[in-house]
Write a protein that binds this ligand. Sequence first.
Ligand SMILES: C[S@@+](CC[C@H](N)C(=O)[O-])C[C@H]1O[C@@H](n2cnc3c(N)ncnc32)[C@H](O)[C@@H]1O
Length: 232
Amino acid sequence: MEAERFTIRSVRNPSHKTFVDLGAGYGRIIADLVAIARNVVALENNPGMLEELLVNWGFHPKVTVVPEDITAGLSQAVTDSDVRNPVFISAQNSLGTVEGPTEGLLKQLRTQLHLRQGELILSLFRQESLRTWGLRFYDGISEMAGPVDLQKTDVEKGEFVSQTGYRSTWRNKQQITALVEYLGGQTIDEIWAPEFCVLHLGPPWRRSELSLIPFLSPPDSGIEAMNLYEGC
Ligand SMILES: C[S@@+](CC[C@H](N)C(=O)[O-])C[C@H]1O[C@@H](n2cnc3c(N)ncnc32)[C@H](O)[C@@H]1O
């Protein structure tokens, strides 16, 4: 996506920074990262994706591939890897497709951003476009994601589900705003299109003891607001 590329290229002093690719897939954006970064840490836990990621990037001197579930082991992976001035990246709506508890990932991400005064590039698909652009998009990648399951997909709630069980949550503007509020950083840059947004957040990161995070699940699901105490 050109907007993601533009945002990656706009990071200041990238040669002093580690780019942490959250759910790196087969490494789609890694060529753009290695071109400018000090180094890249690519986190992925899907066996098929990992295999491709290792073939594509496993031997690059600037890239470390870490097989890790980011909902459970993000903080440990960042601590164990060579990470300096991190720029975390969640590209192509990876946050909406995370397998496992998204709140686990967000809590660790928020802690790491605060501790290390890092940056975050968040590329999200927007619920407002799932019915139109989104369903066409998934039609185009149905060989990979599987054909749409019309019984389980709920475009009003921003939930895409395929017949092979692939799921993706598309957040509305209100949920995205709440997510940014929860993370607590400053907006360095933002690109909004009807279909997606790419946000670049950075320090200073604010801390709060308790946050309401209504963005975790779609509205009207009955569990849209969760109280999360920050344990760290
Ligand atoms: C939508 S894809 C995007 C891949 C890549 N970031 C890109 O932009 O092309 C999301 C990726 O996140 C990975 N993923 C999902 N849940 C994960 C988890 N709990 N831990 C690590 N990776 C995860 C998936 O296997 C998939 O490769």
